[in-house]
Design a protein around this ligand. Structure first.
Ligand SMILES: Cc1cc2nc3c(=O)[nH]c(=O)nc-3n(C[C@H](O)[C@H](O)[C@H](O)COP(=O)(O)OP(=O)(O)OC[C@H]3O[C@@H](n4cnc5c(N)ncnc54)[C@H](O)[C@@H]3O)c2cc1C
Length: 463
């Protein structure tokens, strides 16, 4: 039976059972399936406006996603209309003004491919398959971030369809309050149809990933940590303990036990200075000996989305995240004890992402989340089909959290939050109130309210 909603729906709106519904609700993180009442892939601004008008007429909540990388952290979509913007036109580069116009639906790989031939780079993260808009709205912890700060600080304008169906251009001069709230405010403000983003010039860089067997983990972990205490802002890195599955795409030397990996990007004014910065990191690590794979080498911005080797295929990722204060050697030892060889960890990856540098510097012209002044970001994730049951993964995440409790700042970076049941605290209570005030102005009926990321720690509230 066709209900009244389906009869008045614009042609592009699809319902459960339609292939177009399956396409629009596809997610990268299968641990957070999207099950809205209806869904559409919007290929034009007109599609977005028609869908918002339809939902408003029905007083139906609107949800937005692109790739579903954050699907497990999104509240359930019961009863909502899900819009997946996939707008055409491609990435446009203004070489002179060093700007990219990025239509919604674009992943970072496409931005990097468009910018790199001009010697320009974008402040993307470790994965090229992540959606540029979702990442930027969450603040964006870039793999260039110690030099550039939060990625969202580089947004110059946002094109946004609001609850009244209007397409607005939002910038520092055009509704600065909404521009502030969009950059890290947790969403729920409308459908972004494009972003104008400042690029930066990169002549040469050195980037890669070096892996050691778990037996060397203690030496590598402490050498990396000691380097982070004096690291130049030109270098951004992660340290990961990985238990990689026996899959064809995984190099054989990385299988069969925990490996420890140091990956990153070193910038410089020229090739020699980029190499010098990379050597400052790599020399003490290489002196440990026994690396099983080392891909660090000279390159350009086009290689950066590859170096972290983040998984590209969808999977059910269950995990945890929080931001750490200075852990010292005790904190690093606690991390290793819970995730390294002999720990019995079911986690596929336990990562410490280096913050500091420009990440820690407030940007008065940035959005509500314009800096992170913690020392490291911890992320841990498991995949039940590959290692451990969901219960075992969750239990182990809790053990890591307990072991790192003395250094847990109870703050989070919104993009890294792995699940709805995990504590989160991106903003202060004052900032949350100010963002809510903007939401109430641009969306008085709360059409997009369900799309706002819930906070549970500092804001002491949930969705
Ligand atoms: C393998 C992997 C690597 C990652 N690496 C990094 C990293 O290095 N640095 C980092 O900061 N983050 C990283 N992330 C996290 C990533 O930035 C977030 O998951 C981000 O939300 C992804 O955006 P998306 O649009 O692809 O995801 P989605 O799940 O599709 O979207 C997430 C949310 O963004 C909002 N949204 C998306 N598109 C729109 C739009 N057009 N209009 C309005 N709202 C929209 C919605 O609220 C949606 O719920 C990584 C994630 C994964 C899985």
């Amino acid at each position: 039976m066709v209900d009244a909603r389906q009869e008045i729906a614009p042609a592009s709106v699809a319902f459960p059972g339609d292939p177009a519904y399956a396409e629009a609700t596809r997610v990268y993180n299968l641990a957070g399936p999207a099950r809205p009442a209806a869904a559409l892939t919007a290929t034009s601004v007109g599609d977005v406006q028609a869908a918002v008008g339809y939902a408003a007429a029905l007083r139906q909540g609107v949800r937005v996603h692109t790739t579903g990388h954050s699907a497990a952290a999104a509240p359930p979509m019961d009863g909502a209309l899900l819009i997946r913007p996939l707008l055409g036109g491609g990435v446009e580069i203004d070489v002179e003004r060093r700007l990219a116009r990025i239509p919604a639906g674009t992943s970072w790989n496409a931005v990097v491919r468009a910018a790199a031939p001009h010697g320009l780079a974008a402040p993307h993260g470790t994965s090229g398959t992540v959606g540029a808009i979702g990442y930027l709205l969450h603040g964006g912890v870039s793999f260039y971030g110690r030099k550039l700060g939060m990625a969202a600080n580089h947004i110059r304008a946002v094109e946004l369809v609001t609850a009244d169906g209007r397409l607005r251009r939002i910038s520092a001069d055009e509704d600065p309050e909404l521009f502030w709230a969009l950059r890290g405010g947790g969403g729920g403000l409308g459908v972004v149809t494009a972003v104008e983003l400042a690029l930066f010039p990169v002549a040469d860089l050195v980037a890669g990933a070096a892996f050691w067997s778990g037996k060397n983990a203690e030496a590598v972990v402490h050498a990396w940590y000691d380097w982070t205490l004096r690291a130049p802002d030109e270098v951004s890195t992660s340290l990961r303990i990985m238990n990689l599955p026996d899959l064809p795409e995984i190099p054989p030397m990385l299988k069969g036990g925990p490996v420890v990996c140091v990956a990153g990007v070193a910038l410089g004014d020229d090739t020699d200075s980029a190499r010098a910065h990379a050597h400052g990191l790599l020399d003490p690590l290489r002196a440990i000996g026994g690396a099983v794979l080392d891909t660090w080498q000279d390159g350009g911005p086009e290689v950066v989305p590859e170096v972290h080797m983040d998984p590209e295929e969808p999977g059910a990722f269950i995990g945890d995240h929080f931001l750490l204060a200075e852990p010292g050697r005790d904190g690093m030892a606690a991390f290793l004890r819970l995730t390294g060889e002999g720990s019995g960890s079911p986690l596929i990856v336990a990562e410490l992402r280096q913050l500091g540098g420009r990440f820690a510097v407030p940007d008065p012209s940035g959005g509500v989340l314009n800096h992170l002044n913690q020392r490291l970001a911890y992320m841990g994730a498991g995949v039940p089909a590959l290692r451990g049951t969901p219960a075992e993964i969750i239990e182990h995440c809790d053990k890591v959290r307990a072991a790192l409790a003395p250094w847990d700042t109870r703050r989070t970076a919104p993009g890294f939050v792995k699940g709805l049941d995990r504590p989160r605290g991106h903003l202060t209570e004052d900032d949350l109130r100010a963002v809510d005030h903007v939401r109430a102005r641009v969306d008085p009926d709360g059409l997009f309210r369900g799309d706002a990321m819930p906070e549970t720690v500092l804001g002491k509230r949930s969705a």
